[in-house]
Design a protein around this ligand. Sequence first.
Ligand SMILES: O=C1O[C@H](COP(=O)(O)O)[C@@H](O)[C@H](O)[C@H]1O
Length: 259
Amino acid sequence: MAETVPATVPAKRKVEVLGSEEELAAALAKYVADLSDKFVREKGLFTVVLSGGYLIDLLRKLAEPPYVESVEWSKWHVFWLDERVVPKTHPDSNYKLACDGLLSKVPVVPENVYAINDTLSAEGAADDYEACLRYLVESGVLAPSAASKFPKFDLMLLGMGPDGHVASLFPGHPLLEEKERWVTFIKDSPKPPPQRITFTFPVINSSEYIALVVAGTGEVDAVHTALGNSGDAKKLPAQMVTPEGELTWFLDKDAASKL
Ligand SMILES: O=C1O[C@H](COP(=O)(O)O)[C@@H](O)[C@H](O)[C@H]1O
């Protein structure tokens, strides 16, 4: 049973607390499928950005009935919010995680799956992915945000680490302040592997919809800092997620247990 936390949240931020991990997975699948229907109806395609981590397992119900048949998978354009600089076959690869957990089980069009180039250095892969996004803006697959001029994705699906990081944007790291680049790289990630590429906050915050998804007990303190009245003045990367559109936190009972 979903409970919407009333709190003093801004109008464009919602917090959905689900009774269990299973209910969270069901709510998330419906949310993604509904947005897919909306954008496919409105503009004929759906641009969706995936993260790594346990988010992918929480998307598992999209590969089951009714969604495996009802979602217009051929209209999906799939991107990665961040990627580790490892081969696509490596267990640390966010691409591999998403393929194994979701994309290989649904009829997405391979040409519409924009993996990060795993043959390049971190710098090279970030430049290459940004160039790919710029080409997709020119060709009309992505639209620029009228407000920010950064590309505007329909939906970004974010996880959050116990330290409050999102994408590969870690607390206290200078990359949090990046204002120009669309995609950048990090070589000193505090969470292994150290070399990664990541979307920047200006791109993340140009999104139409963002779901920030947290389950289990591992991130309760970060959830409390981000959403509760913890009195903690420090700003977590997750608190810097303030999209032009709508942000929904999807939490299970455990993740919300300190709210
Ligand atoms: O390293 C990463 O961590 C975050 C959070 O992962 P989780 O396992 O705590 O869910 C993830 O969103 C990001 O894509 C990944 O590269």
